[in-house]
Design a protein around this ligand. Structure first.
Ligand SMILES: Cc1cc2nc3c(=O)[nH]c(=O)nc-3n(C[C@H](O)[C@H](O)[C@H](O)COP(=O)(O)O)c2cc1C
Length: 211
């Protein structure tokens, strides 16, 4: 797929909202980033375990604390963001919300966001992802339509390697990353002809077959 982003491939950053080790959320974000790479993007995993972040208190000064500036810069320079969350009591994780609250429009406005989730139970991560969709809107980002969750994540992932033992689900997760790149490319198109050419080369709508 062509990219029309001036000097090189689009950049997509993935933020998994779990600090656990091993984390199925992190495995899932990695898979989505692999999909983004297949679609031509360069990617970066912002593993929140590696960032020293304070609890957000809403003050300007927090931009200088710990690794807040580093996280902000990494997200600011990306055109697409994959947010991953575990289902926690029917919502998304506090770790992820805190990281998002330390950022704002400068990092998210006008960007594409893709959502992936995991759950321990069989109902999946939809409570978390649907609530995160609203957070994306409030940040003035474009949350792409495709979202994927892995129910009973413990039953499909290898804790050691992070490999997923369900090809179809794995593909659905990769498609989230692909779709972020697809729409980010369209968004970056410099004129209508670029837009049309990009649209014609875009990955197929994964939901089309089901209709
Ligand atoms: C505080 C907490 C709340 C949870 N709530 C739910 C829930 O509502 N539904 C569910 O299916 N699983 C729930 N789980 C299970 C997690 O979704 C599951 O363990 C998941 O794999 C955690 O993500 P991680 O592997 O990335 O850490 C909960 C786990 C924790 C720690």
């Amino acid at each position: 797929m062509p990219t029309f982003h001036g000097d090189g491939p689009l950049s997509v950053v993935g933020i998994p909202g779990s600090l656990r080790d091993p984390s199925y959320t992190r495995f899932t974000v990695r898979l989505a980033l692999a999909g983004a790479e297949e679609a031509g993007a360069r990617t970066h995993l912002a593993d929140l375990r590696e960032y020293e972040l304070p609890y957000c208190d809403g003050s300007q000064e927090q931009g200088e604390v710990g690794d807040v500036a580093k996280l902000r810069e990494e997200v600011r320079e990306a055109e697409g963001i994959v947010l991953g969350t575990p289902e926690y009591h029917g919502g998304y994780s506090g770790v992820l919300k805190n990281a998002l609250d330390l950022m704002g429009f400068d990092e998210f406005e006008g960007k594409m966001i893709g959502l992936v989730g995991v759950s321990g139970g069989r109902m999946g991560g939809f409570g978390a992802m649907n609530a995160l969709r609203e957070v994306g809107r409030a940040l003035h980002a474009w949350v792409v339509p495709t979202q994927t969750s892995i129910p009973k994540a413990w039953s499909v992932y290898d804790d050691e390697t992070g490999e997923i033992d369900d090809e179809e689900l794995g593909q659905r997760v990769r498609e989230v990353g692909e779709e972020v790149v697809r729409y980010a490319n369209l968004h970056e198109a410099e004129d209508k002809l670029d837009f049309l050419r990009t649209w014609e080369c875009a990955t197929e709508n994964p939901g089309a077959e089901a209709r």
